[in-house]
Design a protein around this ligand. Sequence first.
Ligand SMILES: Nc1ncnc2c1ncn2[C@@H]1O[C@H](COP(=O)(O)OP(=O)(O)OP(=O)(O)O)[C@@H](O)[C@H]1O
Length: 308
Amino acid sequence: MSGSVLEVRDLVVTYTGDVRTTTAVDHVSFSIGEREIFGLAGESGCGKSTIANAVMRLLTYPARIDAGSISFGGQDVLGLSAAELRRFRWSQVAMVFQSAMNSLNPVLTIGEQMGDIFTEHTGCTRRSARAQAGELLDLVQIDRSRLRSYPHQLSGGMRQRVVIAMAVALRPRLLILDEPTTALDVVVQQEIMAQIAQLQAELGFSVLFITHDMSLMVELSDQMAVMYAGRFVEQGPSAALMHHPVHPYTRALMNAFPPLTGPRVPLAGLAEGVRFRDIGDLAEVAPGRWAAPLSDADRVRFEKEMSA
Ligand SMILES: Nc1ncnc2c1ncn2[C@@H]1O[C@H](COP(=O)(O)OP(=O)(O)OP(=O)(O)O)[C@@H](O)[C@H]1O
């Protein structure tokens, strides 16, 4: 075995519409190793959440997995039965959704909601579930007295920490984070990311981290892929992608976000209407680095765009 926790091969996902069918994920392949943080970056609508939802088997009509395979720890995720899926979610793979902090139940206390995970999934007593919920709050440095609080009595950052603690409650091997800090201010964002890094070091899970924010991604992930219109345009170690991006779209994405540290640099956007035409299959450009080849026409257009 290669030591991969997750292997996605040639995944194709489409959404069926009245007028046309959209290919949201187009022949995407990647793997995530044990304790590895894999970042998935790309603009809104490029297909990141669709990949995450496919891995969790959460896609329903009009979405359809048309081709490919998803293997988790050697088991075929796409072939799991309903009973197997219940065991798979939460205990093997857990996901923190976009704006998850707003998904806490407003009429139940934090302790009740955290405790429910243990009673539902492990069949333990309420008393034991409450004790375990307390331990979970310790893990994310929130005082145990907060078990009696309702979500509205916590700040956004605290609620997000509670959601992250709930996601790791059953010690999953893989944590999927889909834009986990989008609704938070920059300082709280940093705190949450530091929290995730600390939990990961402590508990040893792997992470699929989705964001369109390149600075956050590069800071946290070991490997990353840049996605554009359903396809990967570049993939490799995050530090290498940041310092030596090969594909012009990666460069454009890097320039579209202010770095959190270092000197101020001018930001450059990608002009409306500048689109790649065909994105070819990734080719290895250096050991461990892949990038999609560019047609001459696309290269000329992008070089011109980015030097403007
Ligand atoms: N239920 C749906 N029906 C039809 N098309 C959809 C549906 N959900 C997503 N899509 C389309 O699939 C594509 C990928 O969407 P997806 O949500 O995966 O992108 P994303 O990169 O996660 O975007 P964001 O960062 O905004 O969440 C988009 O073009 C979107 O319009």
